[in-house]
Design a protein. Structure first.
Length: 121
């Protein structure tokens, strides 16, 4: 079996996929359901704490850019650190979102996402 965190690489990858699927559907409650209560979000613009605030921050992105979507290029799972790193591309939209290459670092705790850190190239 897996490490002390009690997760398999396949389970971590599946959780990341569910997160990005919900994101591409602009499904704020769906995102919220994947986060643990103390989840944090940090990117180059915002810093949020708590699952509701993190889900809401994503909702604001969807309101500003209703067509925003992402492609997941590569997923890297680290069981040692209970982390999934996803190389993603934010697709350009008519609302002026330019194509972005981003690294999303998702920390996993007990089958839920406990932290999201996003870095822009």
């Amino acid at each position: 079996g897996g490490g002390g965190a009690g997760g398999s690489a396949a389970a971590y990858e599946a959780l990341a996929k569910r997160y990005f699927d919900a994101w591409n559907r602009h499904d704020v409650p769906g995102i919220r359901a994947l986060l643990n209560e103390g989840c944090t979000l940090d990117d180059w613009e915002i810093s949020e704490q708590g699952a509701d605030a993190v889900a809401e921050a994503n909702g604001k992105i969807f309101e500003k850019a209703p067509e925003i979507k992402i492609d997941v290029v590569k997923t890297h799972v680290s069981l040692n650190t209970s982390t999934v790193c996803c190389e993603i591309i934010v697709k350009p939209t008519k609302q002026g979102v330019t194509k972005l290459r981003v690294l999303d670092v998702l920390e996993i705790q007990k089958g839920r996402i406990s932290a999201v850190r996003a870095y822009k190239r």
